[in-house]
Write a protein that binds this ligand. Structure first.
Ligand SMILES: [Zn+2]
Length: 531
């Protein structure tokens, strides 16, 4: 912990015996809390490929407790809000990360969820690395662990994405590291004034480019992939940049030349996170102190590749089959260092994803993809047909519209966009705040003073995206339904729960397991872990 450490050192220096006594008097604590978020992991990825898993996913299911019916309770279901739910134990209206980017009418511009123009990049010179957790309005369970240990717990978050690492490390964490494609792992002055020597050494020896060699081919026989997910090359799958086709094998050395960011779309994007996480365990001696430490990893590749190719691509299936092995590698390494049964693991996702609408249409579901520009133009045309006090749209995004007009006109705009063929329902801000419609409640759970005046939900299966790949963000089951798994000492193995639970229950579960306070805004409940 950055902020309290000086005080902690003073306290420990003056009353060492009391501090030691306090630690040894409590129940035995796990050495390490391993918190895994897989970006864009639909709940069915854990079951669809289950017969093929032999590594970490298999171990989580057989040694841990799986909640099969966990759903987010907010929209938009995006990375920033979802990760913040996992770490704060509450919905976006409370934790403040109401989207990845939101229009702030008070300042008249779009704000990125972890932007902070007052901090400096560390290990990087990019403006885009001015990042911190300042927009998160709640403590995280990792913050509370820091408070409880007077700063002695060591908390590290890693992701290819800044928001995946920062939401985990929270306000007080010792390190949040995300990836600059050219350099490797970087952070900001919120967490450190310089990259630690071990991070510099890791970047020198393990640059993103250094992972792009050889060929990426299927882990198993092509027929296995065909039987689980269909042919390799299909319409509406995007292609890796520079690739002439959409079929295995991919020449990573050739495709990655001059494009180290390609790593994000390959299994190597997950591997570099496993490697840096284990380097942190060794360099920072995680799990070897008197307090529980935290190793948090958000795997971003499934989201990058999922957006590009969609949930039925053989490439995405291969990423999951390999992530299973990579998680197995992580758990084996932790077993060797800390001993089996000496750490807890949670695994979840920040959101799911839809199927490609155009692919679904080919197969008989009458839906389609609408580009953002198309929807904006069509909404503009519908709204221009009604007479408003003050015409004009300030912003359309996150399925909401910021208007210039007064509340007298909101219902007119709501009724106008309801005429769009893809719109299932629309609401005014007043309705969002009071309606008992469950879809309105999802919007309410990410509503606050920065939100728009008219909200809408597209019909299920329609996506606001390009023609290829897929996206997420809706309140439909394919976006809200994610896996939730806990594994560790005292947790019943092979336990499958089907009751409806929520990812906001993960943070209070960690608080109970670790015997620490709930994050400041928690509204979730501890999961009913069987033992
Ligand atoms: Zn995404």
């Amino acid at each position: 912990m950055r902020i309290l450490l000086p005080l902690a050192l003073v306290v420990l220096a003056t009353v060492p015996s009391a501090a030691q006594k306090k630690v040894s008097a409590g129940p035995s604590k796990p050495k390490l809390a391993v918190s895994i978020v897989v970006d864009q992991m639909r709940a069915d990825y854990l079951t669809r490929f289950a017969p093929l898993y032999s590594g970490g996913f298999k171990r989580l299911v057989t040694e841990g407790q799986v909640f099969r019916n966990a759903h987010y309770t907010h929209t938009p279901t995006y990375t920033g809000p979802g990760h913040a739910v996992v770490y704060t134990g509450t919905d976006p209206s409370n934790h403040g990360i109401i989207a990845n980017d939101w229009y702030d009418p008070a300042i008249g511009r779009t704000v990125y969820c972890v932007e902070d123009l007052e901090v400096q990049p560390v290990g990087s010179t990019r403006e885009s690395d001015k990042r911190s957790p300042k927009n998160i309005r709640s403590t995280t369970w990792t913050d509370e662990l820091e408070w409880a240990s007077v700063g002695a717990a060591r908390v590290y978050g890693f992701s290819l994405k800044d928001r995946g690492a920062i939401t985990a490390a929270g306000h007080y964490g010792d390190g949040a590291y995300w990836m600059d494609d050219q350099v490797g792992f970087v952070t900001s002055s919120h967490y450190a004034s310089a990259l630690p020597a071990w991070v510099q050494a890791f970047n020198a020896a393990h640059s993103p480019a250094s992972y792009l060699k050889g060929s990426w081919d299927r882990l198993m026989a092509p027929s296995v992939y065909e039987s689980f997910t269909g042919p390799d090359e299909r319409p509406f799958e995007g292609k890796l940049r520079g690739a002439s086709g959409g079929s295995f094998p991919y020449d990573l050395a050739a495709l990655g030349a001059g494009n180290p960011g390609l790593i994000r779309y390959t299994p190597q994007g997950n591997q570099i996170l496993i490697d840096v996480a284990l380097a942190a365990v060794d360099a920072e001696n995680l799990g070897r102190g008197t307090h529980t430490d935290v190793l948090a990893i958000s795997f971003s590749t499934p989201d990058h590749l999922g957006h590009l190719m969609g949930p039925r691509a053989q490439e995405l299936m291969d990423v999951y089959l390999r992530l299973d092995l990579q998680l197995g590698q992580l758990f084996d390494a932790l077993d060797a260092r800390l001993g089996r049964g000496n750490y807890y693991v949670s695994l979840t996702a920040d959101h799911g994803s839809c199927d490609n609408s155009n692919q679904a249409a080919l197969e008989g579901f009458a839906v389609r993809s609408w580009s953002g520009n198309e929807i904006e133009a069509q909404f503009g045309a519908l709204i221009s047909g009604v007479e408003l006090d003050e015409p004009g749209i300030l912003h359309i995004g996150n399925d909401q519209i910021h208007l210039k007009s007064t509340d007298d006109d909101w219902e007119l705009v709501r009724d106008a966009i309801m005429k769009h063929p893809a719109v299932q329902m629309a609401w005014t801000a007043d309705e969002i705040r009071s309606s008992c419609d469950p879809k309105a409640a999802q919007r309410r759970n990410a509503f606050d003073a920065r939100s728009g005046q008219v909200f809408y939900e597209l019909k299920s299966g329609h996506m606001d995206y390009g023609s290829e790949g897929c996206t997420h963000g809706s309140g439909h089951a394919y976006d809200t339904h994610v896996p939730v798994v806990f594994m560790g000492p005292g947790i019943a193995p092979n336990a499958q729960r089907w009751e409806r639970v929520h990812p906001r229950d993960i943070a209070p579960t960690w608080s109970m397991l670790l015997g620490i306070a709930l994050p400041s805004s928690t509204t979730g409940d501890p999961l009913p872990l069987a033992n």
